[in-house]
Design a protein around this ligand. Structure first.
Ligand code: GDP
Ligand code: MG
Length: 162
């Protein structure tokens, strides 16, 4: 069976838009309303002759254990059911305390973690991208899921990690 990439991140950072960009078609549901909970949906992706499964995750809702608990649970689930994890952060917002909490969980993973700095539609956000080194997940890969900017570079990193 093919390797699995789980896509995690806060609501509205552009996970589904990025999944659509990677698939080259519109399948993942893009929502302008943050926090809409949806099921995990798996799609077949292909890059440079390498097939993999990409799992888009829905938004986080505070559960019985609170928001931080729900976040940690989603990150743990992503790690346990995938070969690599793609953490998507909104570079136009920067690292939030929620992003830091997720990064903390993911740093414990034995699986590779790729950090995507999304919404870098132009060069102006490169300083914010560099600040995401603070998440302790290595080099942030700038990308614009909306315009496709640098999505090839991100896909190269993904198939390298899988
Ligand atoms: P998700 O909740 O993380 O799956 O986020 P969505 O993919 O549903 O996107 C949330 C919003 O961010 C939508 O309005 C998207 O059009 C917007 N968005 C996604 N990627 C980008 C990007 O690269 N640049 C900009 N400017 N907006 C984006
Ligand atoms: Mg989504």
């Amino acid at each position: 069976s093919q390797p699995v990439l789980a896509v995690v991140g806060r609501p509205n950072v552009g996970k589904s838009t990025l999944v659509n960009r990677i698939l080259g078609r519109r399948e993942a549901v893009v929502q302008d309303t943050p926090g809409v909970t949806r099921d995990r949906i798996a799609y077949d992706a292909l890059w440079n002759g390498r097939r993999f499964t990409i799992v888009d995750t829905g938004g986080w809702e505070p559960g019985a254990s609170g928001l931080q608990g729900a976040i940690a649970a989603q990150a743990e689930l992503a790690m346990s059911t995938s070969d690599a994890v793609l953490l998507v952060v909104d570079a136009s917002v920067g690292a939030t305390t929620t992003d830091e909490a997720v990064a903390k969980v993911l740093r414990r993973s034995k699986r590779p973690v790729i950090l995507a700095a999304n919404k870098v539609d132009d060069q102006r956000l490169m300083a914010e991208v560099a600040s995401l080194w603070s998440l302790g997940l290595g080099e942030p890969q700038p990308v614009s899921a909306l315009h496709g900017r640098s999505s090839g570079d991100l896909l190269d990193k993904i198939v390298e990690a899988l």
